[in-house]
Design a protein around this ligand. Structure first.
Ligand code: ADP
Ligand code: MG
Length: 580
């Protein structure tokens, strides 16, 4: 074959492979263009999951008749002049590729009128070739109609998912933009039915309600953190509402929807130890920072960005979310004396509180992805200085669970999980380097497999803060002089191996999270075991210590420490009240 420069349509069709993956990507590009044009109202019409029709109309600045043809050309943009402009981009578009790419794989009609023109114009392009261009009487703004998507590349149709999936992709895409731009009115009509409509009055909570329903929207916790030039706003789900995937985690950076695994892991880490393993929050978070701080030109669909100070951005996300979560947990309520059955309790209901007590163990396998609404609890719980009601010990069963009574019913407490939580918080809150440590009579040399020893070497300074005294001793060996007092029943090599057991390479890039994990491991080994008989004093102490915890309802690995049988539930079960 001879070498040839590809004709423009072919080059566009190839580029379209990156930009136009599916109908939702067309909607995204067209909505972004409308937003860049300063639209205050955007109307989207979709038929047959976008395969037959995608039409986006806006009331933005419009395109003048002279510029319509050029707008359709590849690398034609009004948003950037020089490559340097990339580093202070404030528009969503800048590549000048979307219209050309979409037009090359469909039949596209572009209708537009600027504010100063008397009439507008209509341009029709089929498979990248102009077929009609004429003046037309139009209202101000732009309508782009995309018919028969992938007409020129039918093979692509085979890669699409079911219509239901493609439709819901469009729904959630538009919903996200509606949330990111609450000042803009969005209307989405699919196959003649309205599937989203927002008022455009600037109120994000109202948009949330359209997305998640009124109930959850009301529960969503507001996040707000301003730090230097970084601004974080948005909403996160309370710990009581979890999902099986990260799909409902949305980040916008400077008005641009990005899918960044690192950002979502910063969010998930902020929920650390409050969610069960394998459950994720729902969140819509909006980051604003100086355009110079973000490189937007990483990905053809502009779905990824790079941050100049990546760590700073992550830590703002983490702290902002953590702070919002802690602030949302119930207001401490101090009882003048210990609980008495007769005294009426002030109502204090918090959806946040309800969750962990009612959380199901992860073994509960057939969970559907999606929302788990917290069950309503008619009996408002009473809170002690922690966020547990005051517990009165009844006793221990199976040498594994404690039974306790509270104003709002019966509690079964897993002694091992509860003790893990207590030790964990104690260690995390103690001043570094002050944890009791046990010096060995004879320093021990412990040899570890290469993988584990690399991990230990990296964490040596942390370990030495938490009661170890370790130093490297040859390539894969360590000399251990002391171990945490909590672990004195273990041989030093067992104590060290505890830390590296099934350590997976890591979705936690931040050092403080590794630290928390290490500590959680120490606690797991040190906590009382299931099957261990406890004296009455020990049982009582365990309950008191648990009440003093900040997150008493889950162990550091996110499993529940307790199960709550409410009075209401008991009454129903015994047929004393209400329907069975
Ligand atoms: P980009 O958005 O990267 O500039 P596009 O191919 O999406 O590239 O659009 C090309 C140009 O067409 C834009 O730069 C803009 O000037 C114009 N344009 C596209 N859509 C609209 C619209 N809805 N309203 C006004 N101008 C538009
Ligand atoms: Mg664009």
């Amino acid at each position: 074959m001879t070498i040839q420069i590809l004709p423009d349509e072919v080059a566009s069709q190839i580029a379209a492979g990156e930009v136009v993956e599916r109908p939702a990507s067309v909607v995204k590009e067209l909505v972004e263009n409308a937003l860049d044009a300063g639209a205050t109202s955007i109307h989207i019409k979709v038929d047959a999951a976008g395969k037959r029709l995608i039409e986006v109309s806006d009331d933005g600045c419009g395109i003048s008749m002279e510029e319509m043809r050029i707008a359709m050309a590849r690398h034609a943009t009004s948003k950037l002049r020089r490559a340097e402009d990339l580093f202070h981009i404030t528009s969503l578009g800048f590549r000048g590729e979307a219209l050309a790419s979409i037009a090359s794989v469909s039949r596209m009609t572009l209708e537009s009128k600027t504010r100063t023109e008397k009439t507008g114009a209509r341009l029709i392009v089929e498979g990248g070739k102009e077929s009609q261009f004429e003046p037309a009487g139009l209202p101000g703004g732009t309508t782009v109609r995309v018919e028969d998507l992938f007409l020129t590349v039918p093979a692509r149709l085979k890669f699409l998912k079911t219509d239901a999936t493609e439709r819901s992709q469009i729904d959630s895409l538009v919903a996200r933009y509606a949330l990111a731009y609450p000042d803009v009115r969005f209307q989405l009509v699919q196959d003649g039915h309205s599937s989203l409509s927002t008022p455009g009055n600037g109120n994000r909570r109202e948009v949330l309600a359209g997305l998640y329903g009124v109930d959850l929207a009301r529960q969503m916790i507001e996040v707000l953190l301003q730090e230097e030039n970084l601004n974080l706003t948005g909403f996160i789900s309370p710990v009581s509402v979890t999902r099986a995937t990260r799909r409902d985690i949305t980040f916008f950076v400077n008005g641009r929807w990005v899918q960044d695994p690192a950002l979502s892991s910063a969010l998930v880490q902020a929920y650390h130890t409050m969610l069960m393993v394998g459950r994720y929050p729902a969140a819509a978070l909006f980051l604003k920072l100086e355009p110079e701080e973000v490189d937007v030109n990483v990905h053809p669909a502009k779905a990824e960005v790079r941050f100049r100070s990546q760590d700073k951005v992550f830590s703002v996300v983490q702290r902002g979310v953590r702070r919002a979560l802690l602030a949302s947990s119930p207001v401490p309520y101090i009882q003048p004396s210990r609980w008495e059955m007769s005294s009426p309790q002030p109502p204090l209901v918090s959806p946040d509180w309800q969750m962990a007590v009612e959380a199901k163990p992860p073994a509960d396998a057939h969970e559907e992805p999606g929302l788990q609404p917290p069950s309503t609890m008619p009996q408002p719980p009473v809170f002690s200085a922690g966020i547990l009601p005051l517990l009165r010990l009844v006793g221990q069963i199976g040498a594994t669970y404690l039974v306790a009574e509270a104003p709002d019913g019966l509690y079964l407490i897993d002694q091992h999980a509860a003790h893990e939580r207590i030790l964990f918080e104690r260690m995390m809150h103690s001043t570094r380097g002050t944890l009791p440590s046990q010096t060995l009579l004879q320093p021990e040399v412990v040899e570890l497999p290469p993988q584990s020893s690399r991990f230990i070497s990296e964490q040596i300074s942390v370990l030495n803060q938490y009661g170890f005294d370790i130093e490297p001793f040859g390539p894969h060996a360590f000399r251990v002089r002391a171990i945490p007092a909590l672990l004195t029943n273990l041989h030093p090599s067992a104590a060290l191996s505890t830390l590296v057991e099934d350590f997976e390479e890591d979705e936690a890039p931040l050092q403080n999270q590794r630290e928390a994990r290490l500590v959680a491991r120490i606690c797991k080994r040190a906590a009382v075991k299931a099957g261990q008989l406890l004296s009455e004093e020990e049982q009582k102490a365990l309950l008191l210590d648990l009440e003093a915890c900040q997150s008493p309802r889950t162990c550091p690995h996110g499993r529940p420490t307790m199960i709550h049988l409410s009075i209401d539930l008991l009454e129903r079960q015994f047929g004393r009240r209400g329907a069975r």
